[in-house]
Design a protein. Structure first.
Length: 68
């Protein structure tokens, strides 16, 4: 699973973007974040699956990584 950092997240709109380790920006919806890992915020490190859709790449099955 790739890892990345939450770049931006809107609690009001329930979506945001992850920047993966290779620099790719990946859209995600809050519903894809593990319930025990909510809320997410900018700077959180996560692992996730990348899925190609008609609208571009999306992050799925998102989990926070423990703080180091």
């Amino acid at each position: 699973m790739p890892s990345g950092t939450i770049k931006w997240f809107s609690e009001r709109r329930h979506y945001g973007f992850i920047v993966s380790e290779n620099g790719q920006e990946v859209f995600f919806h809050q519903s894809e974040v593990s319930a025990e890992d909510l809320p997410v915020q900018e700077g959180d490190r996560v692992i996730f699956k990348v899925v190609e859709t008609l609208r571009g790449v999306q992050g799925k099955e998102i989990f926070k990584l423990p703080l180091m």
